[in-house]
Design a protein around this ligand. Structure first.
Ligand code: IPD
Ligand code: CA
Ligand code: CA
Ligand code: CA
Length: 267
């Protein structure tokens, strides 16, 4: 196994177990507000601390970027570990058992290793660049839909950026006339892994952060999916506007979305 994958898996499992244990004791969970409609708990922070501890033990020289700690610069800034300790915090708080730990390693800006772990289902998604994607050791392959007809698409509402609400509703409305149905699961990392597994045919969301998609993006790509911004380019790395699916589904989604996009989302 790739040595960094080994460490990423160990860290994700440790954090996942901590999250699962706390899910059983809701009275010990303290939620607070980070921003408008944006929540965090003591479990998010404890899980991130645990992950950082595991990484630091093997790779003290690497830079770590965590949702809750920000950037922890170290000697080697070419290697960055990008962590979302709990993707799906709102589900966790509401006791909806759908959330995950996401850990990715980027070397000189390119994602090399990714792990997304769903502790409630004991599902571990992983990928190493050029070596395919796996779920609990089994090779993943995405949907083979030819167009939007009959497809199930995943999405996330832009609940932190309601200035995009009207455009978002137009995009969903347009796509909805062409696909079979939508799912809104509440974990972007798992949405991307579900694209990888063919559990959904396509996915789009506005304004994700790097830790939301860093792991899932490599896993989806290694399962044969295309990941782009809303114009078919690579701008999602900075905009966080993301479309994923097999290349035919992405092409159909982009064509459907084109006429409804505001200028702010053309990247
Ligand atoms: C959120 C989840 C959610 C997505 C949000 C993310 P968090 O991450 O991935 O599905 O719609 O955009 O912020 O805050 O639970 O780690
Ligand atoms: Ca969060
Ligand atoms: Ca997240
Ligand atoms: Ca999070």
């Amino acid at each position: 196994m790739h040595p960094m994958l080994n460490i990423a898996v160990r860290a994700a499992r440790k954090a996942g177990n901590l999250i699962a244990k706390n899910y059983e004791t809701p009275d010990a969970v303290e939620a607070s507000q980070k921003g408008s409609n944006d929540f965090v708990t003591n479990v998010d922070r404890d899980a991130e601390r645990l992950i950082i501890e595991v990484i630091r033990k093997s790779y003290p020289q690497h830079t770590i970027i965590g949702e809750e700690s920000g950037e922890l610069t170290a000697e080697d800034q070419d290697v960055q570990w990008i962590i979302d300790p709990l993707d799906g915090t709102t589900n966790f708080i509401k006791r909806l058992p759908h959330f995950a730990v996401s850990i990715a390693v980027r070397i000189k800006g390119r994602t090399e290793v990714a792990v997304v772990y769903d502790p409630m289902r004991n599902e571990l998604f992983s990928a190493v660049r050029g070596q395919g994607a796996q779920l609990n050791g089994y090779r993943l392959r995405g949907s083979n839909a030819r167009d939007l007809d009959g497809t199930i698409l995943a999405t996330g509402f832009p609940f932190k950026q309601k200035q995009h609400a009207a455009t978002y509703m137009k995009l969903v409305g347009k796509l909805f006339t062409q696909c079979a149905d939508f799912r809104r699961t509440g974990s972007a990392a798992l949405d991307l892994c579900y694209v990888a597994a063919g559990r959904v045919d396509g996915y789009f969301e506005i304004g994700l952060k790097p830790w939301d998609f860093a792991g899932g993006e490599l896993i989806a790509r290694e399962a044969g999916a295309l990941v782009t911004d809303f114009t078919g380019n690579h701008g999602f790395m900075t905009s966080g506007n993301i479309v994923a699916g097999n290349p035919r589904v992405v092409k159909a989604m982009l064509a459907s979305m084109r006429d409804e996009l505001s200028d702010a989302l053309k990247r």
